[in-house]
Write a protein that binds this ligand. Structure first.
Ligand code: NOJ
Length: 551
């Protein structure tokens, strides 16, 4: 098997890495068509290197009609011509590898797009044919099959079933899609699907890709036997702990990943993977195990309030889970599916974020200063934790959510599927601002596929670069200092007299103290290495984090 000549060495590099998520269509546009592309990503290799991260993860860049931001894949082994070519991809990979930065790609194995050649074939084929067996087709209920096979909802709206039309124009079978109708679910009981995904993993690994992010990793295996159980929603809290849910977290899903592990380990260095698995936390270690994908996202902090108690609990709990799995824990505050964390932390607790976006961000009022302080403090806390931090493009600029995108520009399928009651996730996917002014704030020369607000320039790289105290400089400094201080994958809690303080130390005496309250607190003795906001008379201000090393 080909070796990754640039990045051989420590096989455990991923355990305490910083991984930066690139959402390709909104990162940088090299050809002025308003859409970010692969060459755009290449052009920013120095910027990413300066940030100091260990790896980037690219959300899907495959051919796609964008029914779900690229998570509807027409061809798993190609680059969307609107984003470039495989040659561009190879060039991009080389540019990052030369700078010591690894590259993950996104694998979307639960569903393809409706434009995938196998789905087109399936639609043209007979009920019961081999072509249909690659997906999940069923006859409808009711006298003429006019009712969907069951009541299962889709994540994006009322039903997970869509009826097909036969060649003669009569209504036909129904197919299952847990997301948009343009995202038909694969049938993972079919060996052809198993083989085809192995081919995809080898295809990208052979090109030198270092890792994979696995979309909806918990949903591949399904129990489609009748009678179907009624399912009202997909709340993780309702997924049983014994692997008996018909759609999610079934025990046999791990057979698939054991097969993938053999492929990953056949490379030098072994390829790595991280599971996006929305399962009860106790079930996460199985995805993160050495025999499986090796790592799983932990979204607990992303879902936490700004609360010392919740943070302490989540950290403690996830450290234990990580030990159980033999993997390191992951930590995440933002990604392409959630409201940016500066905005989350600048809103009152219990704000319904969907409703806030529906009010165009006017109700309740966002406190930008507070959100920024807390977000910076939270980032420093995450970067001090043992394990791997995943960050989302633009968070290093302190970028806010764009809640006031008008309905007519929205791309997220949630908007239309849910009867225009949820605007969805476009507000965190607005193309990045690179310059203070100019066409699309330096994103490209031909506008941006989602409109950028007039305040975007203030958050641009140009506005923050070299500016002491800017969020960009804080990220750069924090990541650099983290690298110097990195140590064994453990922590010890340090008791604080203040209930609103989270204080832990790493085995080498690296202390991280976060003040979740409002009042300044006295810091322990030692050298202050970095703070997320200026000290007040030597004390740590409210909503701030400090890193201290013992003298
Ligand atoms: C999770 C991805 O993060 C999200 O963006 C996508 O809509 C769903 N999976 C479906 O692929």
């Amino acid at each position: 098997m080909p070796e990754n000549v640039f990045l051989r060495g420590d096989e455990e590099w991923w355990r305490q890495a910083v991984v930066y998520q690139v959402y390709p269509r909104s990162f940088a546009d090299s050809n002025g068509d308003g859409l970010g592309d692969i060459r755009g990503i290449t052009s920013k290799a120095d910027y990413i290197a300066q940030l100091g991260v260990d790896a980037i993860w690219l959300s899907p860049f495959y051919p796609s009609a964008l029914a779900d931001g690229g998570y509807d894949v027409d061809d798993y082994r190609d680059v969307d011509p609107k984003l470039g070519s495989l040659a561009d991809f190879d060039e991009m990979l080389a540019a990052y590898h030369e700078r010591g930065i690894r590259v993950f790609v996104d694998v979307v194995p639960n569903h393809s797009s409706n434009l995938h050649e196998w789905f087109t074939e399936a639609l043209a084929a007979e009920a019961g044919s081999a072509a249909r067996d690659r997906y999940i087709f069923r006859d409808g209920k009711g006298e003429h099959g006019e009712l969907p096979p069951n009541n299962w909802p889709s994540h994006f709206g009322p039903t997970s079933w869509t009826r097909t039309t036969n060649a003669d124009g009569t209504p036909g079978q129904w197919y299952l899609h847990l997301f948009a109708p343009e995202q038909p679910d694969w049938n993972w009981d079919n060996p052809e699907i198993i083989e085809d995904f192995k081919k995809t993993l080898r295809f990208w690994s052979d090109r030198g890709v270092d890792g994979f992010r696995i979309d909806v990793a918990h949903a591949l295996k399904k129990d489609m036997s009748e009678p179907y159980i009624e399912i009202i929603d997909y709340d993780v809290k309702r997924i049983p702990l014994d692997g008996t849910h018909p759609l999610f977290d079934r025990d046999d899903v791990h057979e698939i990943y054991r097969g993938w592990r053999e492929i990953f380990n056949s490379y030098d260095p072994p390829r790595v993977a991280v599971a996006e698995a929305w399962v009860p936390p106790e079930r996460r270690p199985a995805y993160a195990s050495k025999e499986g994908l090796g790592q799983a996202f932990n979204f607990d902090l992303l879902a936490s309030d700004w609360s010392a108690k919740q943070y302490r609990h989540s950290i403690d709990f996830n450290m234990k889970l990580a030990k159980k799995s033999g993997s390191s824990s992951t930590w995440v505050l933002s990604n392409h599916d959630v409201v940016r964390h500066v905005s989350r932390y600048g809103l009152p607790k219990k704000t319904n974020l969907d409703q806030w976006i529906m009010s165009d961000g006017t109700n309740p009022q966002l406190d930008v200063e507070l959100g920024t302080r807390r977000a910076r403090a939270a980032t420093m806390l995450l970067l001090a934790l043992p394990g791997c931090t995943y960050m989302y493009q633009g968070e290093e600029l302190g970028l806010l959510e764009v809640p006031d995108l008008p309905g007519e520009v929205l791309q997220d399928p949630i908007w239309l599927r849910d009867g225009m009651t949820h605007k969805g996730r476009d507000g965190c996917r607005v193309p990045l601002p690179w310059t203070r002014e100019g066409s699309s704030y330096g994103f490209g020369s031909g506008g941006a596929h989602l409109p950028q607000p007039s305040w975007f320039g203030e958050f641009s790289v140009e506005a923050e670069e070299g500016v002491a105290g800017s969020t960009l400089e804080l990220y750069r400094e924090a990541i650099a200092i983290r690298k110097q201080l990195q140590t064994a994958e453990d922590l010890e809690w340090v008791h604080s007299l203040h209930p609103k303080v989270v204080h832990f130390k790493r085995p080498n005496g690296w202390h991280c103290i976060t003040n979740f309250g409002k009042k300044p607190i006295t810091l322990p003795h030692g050298t202050v290495r970095l703070t997320s906001s200026p000290l007040i008379d030597g004390r740590l201000a409210g909503n701030s984090t400090a890193w201290i090393t013992e003298d």
